[in-house]
Write a protein that binds this ligand. Structure first.
Ligand code: DOR
Length: 433
C-alpha cells in the first residue's frame, strides 16, 4: 500500500467489473482507486499520461513458474515479479513444482515472505495437491490454505490415479479453493514431445496425441460433477477439451478454464525448425485446435488467459528436441500476443481485459480485476498500438526461452501500478522494490 497520489490522465478506461469502456482519468490515493472520470481535481499528484492508452485493472496470471526455491538459475521470485509487472501483471499465481515442492505450509510461507520482500507483483502460491507431486498422498489442504495457498495443483504432472483425484476434489470443497488440473494422460503422452500429426511425422519426433488431453479433462470433469468441487482446467490446447468443458458447463459442473497466449496464436508448425523454445507441455497443436481455443475463449467456455510462464536456462534448451525441457517465458509478451484477438475483431478490448484480469481474480477469489472506487489500485496502462522488437535478453526474466524472440510485436504495457505504487514504467524500468 502506498500513500502516493497518482493521476492517470486521459486514457480509455476499461473496467470489465463495471462493464465500463469510456475515456477519462483515474486518481489513485492511499493504495486504492480514489476517483475515475473526467475533470478530477488531482493537483499535487504524480501524473502518468495515458493519452492513446488503455487504463485497465492490472492483469492477474493464474499460471506461472517462478522456480524459487531450488532453480534460481532459471528464475526467482524477484526476477519473475519484475518480469510480470513489465508485462502489465499486478499479480501472479505460482505453481508448486519448485524444488522442494510447495507441499508444506512452511514452503508456502517462505514463498509469500520472499514475495513481500522481493517482488513488485503480488504473488499467490498454488500448493501441490499431492506430496512431492507424486500423485499418491494428499497434502494437508487446510494448513496450506491457512498459510496462504490459493489453489491446489500437481501442474506439470497429472494425477493419474482417479481415486486420488476424487479425494483431492472432495477435500478442496472443505477449503473452498479450486483444484487445477494438468490434464494429460501420461500413458497416452508416452514420450511424445510434439503434437501427434503431420508435423510429428515430418520431424520424425514422437507425437503427443490430442486424446491424451481430452481423456483426462473428461475424467476430471466427471469427477468435478460427482464431487461438486471447483475444477480449473489449465492450459487447454485441444478442440475436444474445449467441447468437453462447454458441455460440462451446460450441465452445471463447477468448471473454469484457462488458455495460454501460445496455444491461442501458434500452431505445431512453430516447431518445424526444431525450435526448442516452442516446445511446451501440452504441445502446440493444429490450426483446428487453435481455432477451437479461440472460439472457446470468445464464447466464455474458457474464462481466462494465463501465461504458463516457464523459464528454462539457455544450456537446457540448447539440446536435442527430445531432451530439452518444455516451457516458454510469457509475462512480457502476453499482452501484444493476445491483442491479435482484438485486431481480428474476435474480442473487444473490454472483453480481452476481462480475460486477463477480472476473470482470473474471480477464479482465485482475490481482489483485483476492478477499477471501481475503493478497489485496490492495481492498474495496467497499455499502449495497444506501439510496435517494438522483443529481445528476451533485454527483459526482466533470467531466462530467454521465448518463441517470439526477435519478433516485432504490437502493443505493450507502459506502466503498472500495484497497491497504489508505480512499480513499472516503460521508460524508467522496474521501480520497486
Ligand atoms: O511447458 C510446461 N512447462 N508445462 C508445464 O506444465 C510445466 C512447465 C515447467 O515447469 O517448465
Amino acid at each position: 500500500m502506498s500513500d502516493r497520489r497518482i493521476w492517470i490522465r486521459g486514457g480509455r478506461i476499461l473496467d470489465p467489473a463495471a462493464e465500463r469502456d469510456e475515456s477519462g482519468d483515474v486518481l489513485i490515493e492511499g493504495g486504492v482507486i480514489a476517483a475515475t472520470g473526467a475533470g478530477l481535481d488531482a493537483r499535487g499528484a504524480e501524473v502518468i499520461d495515458a493519452n492513446g492508452a488503455w487504463i485497465a485493472p492490472g492483469f492477474v496470471d493464474l499460471h506461472s513458474h517462478l522456480r524459487e526455491p531450488g532453480q534460481e538459475y532459471k528464475e526467482d521470485i524477484a526476477s519473475g515479479g519484475r518480469s510480470a509487472v513489465a508485462g502489465g501483471f499486478a499479480a501472479v499465481a505460482c505453481m508448486a513444482n519448485t524444488q522442494p515442492v510447495n507441499d508444506d505450509p512452511a514452503m508456502t510461507d517462505f514463498i509469500l515472505d520472499r514475495a513481500t520482500q522481493d517482488s513488485p507483483a503480488r504473488v499467490y502460491p498454488i500448493a501441490a495437491a499431492t506430496r512431492g507431486l507424486e500423485g499418491v498422498v494428499m497434502t494437508e489442504m487446510s494448513a496450506l490454505v491457512g498459510a496462504g495457498a490459493v489453489a491446489f495443483s500437481d501442474d506439470g504432472k497429472t494425477i493419474m490415479d482417479g481415486g486420488v483425484m476424487r479425494h483431492v476434489l472432495e477435500y478442496s470443497r472443505l477449503v473452498s479453493v479450486p483444484v487445477i488440473t494438468h490434464g494429460e494422460d501420461r500413458y497416452l503422452v508416452a514420450n511424445g514431445v510434439v503434437n501427434e500429426g503431420p508435423v510429428s511425422t515430418k520431424l520424425g519426433l514422437p507425437g503427443n496425441p490430442a486424446v491424451a488431453e481430452e481423456i483426462l479433462v473428461v475424467r476430471d470433469l466427471i469427477l468435478a460433477e460427482l464431487t461438486g468441487a471447483h475444477l480449473h482446467v489449465a492450459h487447454v490446447s485441444t478442440r475436444g477439451a474445449v467441447a468437453a468443458i462447454r458441455q460440462a458447463r451446460d450441465r452445471g459442473v463447477h468448471v473454469t478454464a484457462e488458455v495460454t497466449p501460445h496455444h491461442l496464436t501458434l500452431t505445431d508448425e512453430a516447431v518445424l525448425g526444431y525450435d526448442t523454445n516452442a516446445k511446451v507441455s501440452p504441445p502446440l497443436r493444429s490450426a483446428a485446435d487453435v481455432r477451437a481455443c479461440r472460439e472457446g475463449l470468445v464464447d466464455g467456455t474458457i474464462d481466462a488467459i494465463a501465461t504458463d510462464h516457464a523459464p528454462h536456462a539457455v544450456h537446457e534448451k540448447d539440446l536435442e528436441f527430445t531432451v530439452a525441457p518444455p516451457g516458454l517465458i510469457g509475462f512480457e509478451t502476453a499482452f501484444p500476443v493476445v491483442l491479435d484477438l482484438v485486431r481480428n475483431s474476435e474480442l473487444s478490448p473490454l472483453e480481452l481485459v476481462r480475460r486477463l484480469s477480472t476473470n482470473p481474480a474471480r477464479i482465485l477469489k482475490r481482489p483485483g480485476g476492478s477499477l471501481e472506487v475503493g478497489a485496490p489500485a492495481d492498474v495496467a496502462i497499455l499502449d495497444p498500438d506501439t510496435s517494438w522488437t522483443y529481445d528476451p535478453a533485454k527483459g526482466y526474466s533470467k531466462s530467454r526461452n521465448s518463441p517470439w524472440a526477435g519478433w516485432t510485436l504490437t502493443g505493450r504495457a507502459i506502466a503498472t501500478i500495484v497497491g497504489g505504487r508505480l512499480v513499472y514504467h516503460v521508460e524508467r524500468g522496474v521501480l520497486y522494490p
